[in-house]
Design a protein around this ligand. Structure first.
Ligand SMILES: [Zn+2]
Length: 367
């Protein structure tokens, strides 16, 4: 067992043979990540049933399920119904293959045993990025699962935290998770105090839905856990028309907090109203760019990278976010910025930490 962690054994095998193998492994993992990206936000199991075409439900036989190759051979179409299969499937497989290869090139010589740990981390970052971009959420499987994975991996491979003692690895992973999650949580609380709320404007005739778990806006969905933190957090809007399960209203002001729903002069308990469908052209939300999902996401990253990696990723992500904001203003596309979630910035910043973090720290703080 120890032999596979012994660098000398690995050095005996041609390095580039493994480069090719690990690229291929990456594309296979990538095709699984595609399944996660598609199914996790919809609440489907990622293990069964096997891959199927999202259009016609045609179950894809294993011999057709070759990463990269299948998509190219079939010209990006389903073999059965000929519906276009998103380029994203090919991109994610390619990207995962390249990331696996890159990790191997960087860590393969000095610390080959760490490669799987970074593969795991980068796979999680990739899934989180694609889901967050589309749904504005990062599923708990990724964030809470990531925290757990980071803690376990740190015990198995304490070298991730530059120590050889397993308990020390676990302690540093815990510290990283607490610092990462804690700082984002602090920023979130502070942001609520400073900025309070956010107004969103929609085209005339737009509808917003309130279901039992989330607010559905025309362009995204926000879970209530990201909207209501404090008793005073309130959503308000003027509804041109409003429908509940058993009655309707016209031209009313609506105020909703975690404990109270006010429609005009009427007060209701939110738990008695399972569903609300409103036509409105603007809504005021108690919310900023980051949500509780980012707290858990940052904690997961901290469990892998330690507190330095967590703080580094956070600082760099805010710089990337600010640069993108400025670029969008220069491109006169400011309205796009409200459609970019924060998770992908964190993911890119963490990737920078994995490959160049120590080098950058050494440059900033020469010892
Ligand atoms: Zn099909």
């Amino acid at each position: 067992m120890n032999a596979i962690f012994d660098p000398h054994v690995w050095a005996a095998v041609p390095f580039h043979f493994w480069s090719v193998m690990f690229f291929a492994l990456g594309t296979i993992v990538g095709s699984f990540l595609n399944v996660c990206i598609y199914r996790m936000p919809l609440g489907f199991s990622v293990v069964s049933p096997p891959s199927f075409c999202p259009h016609c439900r045609y179950s894809i036989p294993f011999y057709l399920n070759m990463p990269l190759v299948t998509w190219v051979v079939l010209g990006g179409r389903c073999k059965n119904c000929k519906a276009a299969i998103s380029l994203r499937y090919f991109m994610v497989e390619m990207l995962t293959g390249l990331l696996f290869l890159w990790v191997w090139q960087v860590f393969g010589h000095k610390a080959p045993a760490l490669a799987p740990a970074y593969w795991l981390l980068l796979s999680g970052l990739l899934v989180a990025t694609f889901i967050d971009l589309e749904y504005f959420i990062i599923p708990d499987e990724i964030t809470l699962g990531g925290i757990l994975a980071g803690l376990v991996v740190s015990i198995i491979l304490p070298g991730l935290h530059h120590t050889s003692a397993r308990m020390e690895g676990f302690r540093l992973a815990m510290l990283g998770a607490l610092v990462g999650g804690g700082v984002v949580y602090g920023i979130l609380r502070l942001g609520k105090l400073l900025f309070g709320r956010q107004k969103m404007v929609f085209p005339p005739g737009s509808r917003v839905l309130f279901t039992e778990t989330a607010l559905h806006l025309p362009d995204r969905e926000i879970g209530y856990e990201d909207l209501f933190y404090r008793q005073t957090d309130t959503i308000h809007f003027h509804a041109h028309s409003l429908e509940l399960a058993d009655r309707g209203y016209k031209n009313v002001l609506v105020r909703l907090s975690s404990s109270k729903l006010q429609i005009g002069d009427e007060s209701l308990k939110p738990e008695d109203v399972p569903f609300l469908d409103a036509e409105c052209s603007e809504i005021i939300l108690p919310r900023e760019a980051m949500g509780l999902g980012d707290v858990k996401f940052m904690a997961a990253i901290g469990a892998f990278t330690g507190w330095q990696g967590a703080l580094f990723s956070l600082m760099l992500s805010s710089m990337i976010g600010a640069s993108v904001g400025v670029a969008l203003i220069l491109m006169r596309r400011r309205e796009w910025s409200s459609r970019i979630p924060y998770g992908p910035y964190i993911a890119i910043a963490s990737l920078v930490w994995v490959f160049w973090g120590r080098m950058i720290l050494g440059f900033l703080f020469p010892s």
